[in-house]
Design a protein around this ligand. Structure first.
Ligand code: FAD
Length: 465
């Protein structure tokens, strides 16, 4: 219609950025409307974090079933019913997206289905198949997320797939080529390798998982190789030819041209912010040259009543970063002095072993000018890790030398994803290694590794020399 409908706080996109912003804004008394063009929950719940972790778990179970002879468990004829795996994965996604819808409604957030396009500094057009309506907002939080980058000569098809395609396959590929050894590529490599695929990884640089210390990445590489995965570093994918039931990928590997045949090729070379087709240029929202929206510490863009959060602003493209920025932006709109502080944002790769990092690693701390003490403790010296039959890995606790202040931590090992939270808490709370060492950790648990690493920092570990 011609008349603009008036709303107070408008949230565009319902991923872990948007839906969290909407709920927090509603909790603070704002009248909130959220618009979503796809599925509630965004990439994370529908085609990202959650379904990938479900597939990884299915692969992990299959792998354990097939490989526990060393502890006296022998399973014969382990079969994978992939249709059932996919069905289960879908049910997990459905529970969570349904949960988000319930939470939004419970917080009296109005949900509009459609695609938003900015037509002014305080107006959007929202279009669905049938109609287009204009909404006038007081404040807006943009959380439109990101999409997989497509590289030249690799147009996405049924066989040339991105992460979304890889999560939706209806068969376990006999052979899979993965282009890009970032965390998404490596997580999916692990999942499909465990489910029985022969996987070949092509990585352009010298090291997979560039966000993690080399020693950590090497641990993952070793484990995957043992599982039959082939790695080619300094490998440039050149092109792909589709055959009747597969692909032929051409790549230049350390200067030599090779052709690799497979059932599918998965391209995971990064993601780009969804900021191109939503009318932002027209209303003067400033972006950098890569299309990320420029924001201040509250998430405010160059248009002062418009905020931006999540994958469309600079920083790591992670769900918990999006949710964190979401709360800050919602609070800023309510006039609170909240600001982002990125130091304690963890990053996790759900590989085997899991990798996790928070705060500074040793090199980053030194670069930031700290005199550091790095305390290391191996999983192999922990009773719980040994009785899990999963003792490959280590923890590094990064502390400030003068007073033991915890400024970072890195973990490679089972449950690193959960364990990293304690180090994040220590950083947030300004704790020292002594505070962690004095905290009684239950025995036998992997948590004791954190306590022992803190004791290493103090020079008084019990279970290592
Ligand atoms: P998104 O989740 O991308 O949501 C944006 C939403 O906005 C979408 O629903 C979209 O439909 C909607 N939208 C876009 N444009 C419009 C418009 N014009 N109008 C209306 N709606 C619109 N992160 C982690 O932290 N941990 C993980 O383990 C993890 N695993 C991942 C695995 C995979 C395979 C992938 C692809 C990503 C993974 N991520 C993970 C990253 C995580 O999914 C993202 O960082 C997160 O989803 C970003 O949240 P967001 O709210 O910014 O955007």
């Amino acid at each position: 219609g011609d008349f603009a409908q008036e709303v107070d706080t408008l949230v565009v996109g319902s991923g872990p950025g948007g839906y969290v912003a909407a709920i927090r804004a509603a909790q603070l008394g704002q009248k909130v409307t959220i618009v979503e063009k796809g599925s509630l929950g965004g990439v994370c719940l529908n085609v990202g974090c959650i379904p990938s972790k479900a597939l990884i778990q299915a692969g992990h179970r299959a792998h354990l079933a097939k490989s526990s002879e060393d502890i006296g468990i022998r399973a014969e004829n382990v079969a994978i019913d992939f249709e059932k795996v996919q069905e289960w994965k879908g049910s997990v996604v459905k529970k969570l997206t349904g949960g988000v819808e319930g939470l939004l409604k419970g917080n009296k957030v109005e949900i509009i289905r459609g695609e938003a396009y900015f037509s002014g500094e305080d107006t959007v057009k929202i279009m669905d198949e049938k109609s287009s309506s204009t909404y006038k907002f007081k404040h807006c939080i943009i959380a439109t997320g990101s999409s997989p980058i497509e590289i030249p000569n690799f147009k996405y098809t049924d066989r040339v797939i991105n992460s979304t395609g890889a999560l939706a396959l209806n068969e376990v590929p006999k052979k899979l080529v993965v282009i890009g050894g970032g965390y998404i590529g490596i997580e999916l490599t692990g999942a499909y390798s465990n489910l029985g695929s022969e996987v070949v990884v092509l990585e352009g640089t010298k090291q997979i998982l560039p966000g993690f210390e080399k020693q950590m990445a090497k641990l993952v590489e070793r484990k995957l190789k043992k599982n039959g995965v082939t790695f080619h570093t300094e490998a440039m994918a050149k092109g792909v030819e589709e055959t009747d039931n597969g692909v032929k990928v051409t790549a230049e590997i350390k200067g030599e041209e090779k052709v690799i045949e497979a059932d599918y090729v998965l391209v995971t070379v990064g993601r780009k912010p969804n900021t191109e087709e939503i009318g932002l240029e027209g209303i003067g929202v400033e972006m950098d040259d890569r299309g990320y929206i420029k924001v201040d510490k509250q998430g405010r863009t160059s248009v002062k009543n418009i905020f931006a959060i999540g994958d469309i602003v600079p920083g790591p493209a992670l769900a918990h970063k999006a949710s964190y920025e979401a709360k800050v932006a919602a609070e800023a709109i309510s006039g609170e002095p909240s600001e982002v502080d990125y130091l304690a944002i963890p990053a996790v790769c759900f590989s085997e072993p899991e990798l996790a990092t928070v705060g500074y690693n040793e090199a980053q701390a030194k670069e930031a000018g700290y005199d550091v003490k790095v305390a290391k403790f191996p999983f192999a010296a922990n009773g719980r890790a040994l009785s899990l039959n999963d003792a490959d890995g280590f923890m590094k606790l990064v502390t400030r030398k003068e007073d033991g202040l915890v400024i970072g931590g890195q973990i490679a090992g089972p449950n690193a994803s959960d364990m990293i939270a304690e180090i994040g808490l220590a950083i947030e709370a300004g704790m020292t290694a002594e505070d962690i060492a004095l905290t009684i950790h239950a025995h036998p648990t992997l948590g004791e590794i954190t306590m022992e690493a803190a004791e290493v920092a103090l020079g008084t570990p019990i279970h290592t020399l």
